[in-house]
Design a protein around this ligand. Structure first.
Ligand SMILES: [Zn+2]
Length: 138
């Protein structure tokens, strides 16, 4: 095989792999920038975190509010929670969210999306193609 043919083949193979698979190799759960402000807790980089893990900010917020049994809202880049929660607790919740809703249980890659099978949410992996029901560990 000539070299230019080989390169063409390589290009074709590469174009069939989702682009994300290349730049998300070193996926790490991001660190939430949490501060207390009076009776509320602010997560200052909330939108960035949601973007990085490739999930809707509203969905991530809903999860955190459910787990902390409080109310809150999005405010620009930030999320506000009623009540004071230590950064460590918020970090643990994010870790649980990522484990359940982002990381593929089969291949451990983060290149996934959420779909529904009937009423049950499933995690569909774009890296290995597997489908897994979403389970949040308590
Ligand atoms: Zn997978």
């Amino acid at each position: 095989m000539e070299e230019k043919d080989y390169i063409k083949l390589l290009d074709r193979a590469r174009s069939m792999v989702p682009a994300d698979a290349f730049n998300r190799q070193r996926f790490e759960v991001p660190v939430m920038d949490v501060i207390k402000e009076g009776p509320t807790t602010l997560i200052r980089n909330f939108l960035k975190v949601a973007e990085y893990i490739n999930r809707e900010p509203q969905e991530l917020l809903k999860f955190i509010l459910g787990e902390t049994a409080t109310s809150g809202s999005l405010d620009g880049q930030r999320a506000l929670l009623k009540g004071t929660f230590p950064a460590k607790k918020i970090g643990q919740l994010l870790q649980r969210y990522v484990d359940a809703y982002v990381i593929c249980p089969t291949c451990k890659k983060p290149d996934t999306r959420i779909d529904k099978e009937g009423r049950r949410p499933v995690l569909i992996c774009q890296a290995c193609g597997s489908r897994n029901p979403i389970r949040v560990k308590s």
